[in-house]
Write a protein that binds this ligand. Structure first.
Ligand SMILES: [Zn+2]
Length: 337
């Protein structure tokens, strides 16, 4: 029955219709002002989980606004020993894409990742590097040395693998991923050029890089340093007393004056080395802290891949008698680095 006047129910409906139209217009006005990063971008961000902080950084650089990246291993975390937590498992099983390093770096995650790969998109980004560019190591009979990020030129290959994995997961954002990857690869190549120039200033007779564990072989190959890790390639192995004695002799013979500690490895062995050398009348100092298997604190320059390597290059150059700008390539190192 019509009374000629809208009843209470239809007035309420009209109110909600107007409210919804106004809300839709407001949402449209807001979204219309957001930067459009890809012509056909989907509405939701691609959820990416990355194991190491270096891979998480590459995924953010390449993914830009298209992705939301969760890194599992924060500053100071050792990937060789890392085991997945319940929260990690939940994040990985829900993610659109899981990126891990591979080459047996995340030794404790290996089994879980292979299982997860049967039902989710899981990509081991370092395993796409050409095998003839990978180094072998005495400690790992049938494995390669996983620490490829120590050579920026090698890392550009990993950035390319991250780009390809993102494109496979979200093909309609290909142009965005390709542009971002090209920009980031150019940055990493600039870093490689800075490293080559700067490290060349270190006198040849002092090009010995003695560190807590054997993470710097790719660095050594790229820049002509002899690299000596007190522990083996994985932090799981213990340095024996014989190993320490052998390295003390080497420091004395080669007159190496500085050794380095690492942010993600205990400095116990480095200190044993310094004491051993002192007992033989040879002074060795700590040349600084290097980032080996994890980046610096989130939100700092050293908490980015470029910042991490820039810090290492600059610290090594200063400690071993070369010349580098006081605050590095981008003048962004924290004071005291
Ligand atoms: Zn390592």
């Amino acid at each position: 029955m019509s009374t000629g006047r809208p009843d209470r129910k239809s007035r309420t409906a009209a109110f909600w219709r107007r409210a919804c139209t106004a809300l839709a217009a407001a949402v449209f006005a807001v979204t219309a002002q957001l930067p459009v990063t890809s012509a056909q971008a989907g509405p939701a961000k691609l959820h990416v989980v990355a194991t190491t902080s270096m891979i998480a950084d590459a995924a953010r650089q390449v993914g830009g606004e298209e992705v939301r990246v969760r890194g599992l291993m924060g500053p100071g975390i050792d990937p060789h020993a890392y085991r997945q937590t319940r929260t990690d498992i939940a994040a990985m099983t829900r993610a659109d894409l899981v990126l891990w390093h591979g080459l047996y770096l995340e030794a404790q995650l290996e089994e879980f990742m292979h299982k997860l790969a049967q039902r989710r998109s899981v990509v081991a980004v370092a395993e796409s590097l050409p095998k003839d560019r990978l180094l072998r190591h005495d400690d790992y009979a049938n494995q390669y040395d996983p620490h490829v990020w120590m050579d920026p030129q090698m890392w550009t290959g990993v950035v390319a693998a991250v780009r390809d994995a993102l494109i496979a997961a979200r093909p309609n954002a290909r142009a965005t991923f390709e542009a971002n990857a090209a920009r980031h690869i150019a940055e990493v190549e600039a870093l490689a050029a800075y490293a080559a120039d700067t490290l060349r200033s270190v006198p040849e007779q002092t090009r010995y890089l003695v560190t807590a564990h054997d993470a710097f072989n790719y660095f050594g190959r790229a820049y002509g340093f002899e690299v000596i890790g007190i522990q083996g390639i994985s932090t799981e192995s213990e340095a024996g007393l014989n190993r320490i004695a052998e390295l003390v002799s080497l420091l004395v013979e080669k007159n190496v004056g500085a050794v380095f500690v690492e942010s993600s490895v205990s400095d116990r062995n480095v200190r044993a080395l310094i004491e051993g050398a002192a007992a033989r009348g040879h002074k060795v100092s700590i040349g600084g802290e290097l980032f080996s298997d994890a980046m610096g604190a989130d939100g700092t320059y050293e908490g980015s891949y470029v910042g991490m390597l820039d810090h290492n290059v600059t610290t090594i150059t200063h400690a071993l008698g070369g010349t580098a700008p006081a605050r590095s390539m981008n003048s962004r190192l924290s004071a005291g680095s």
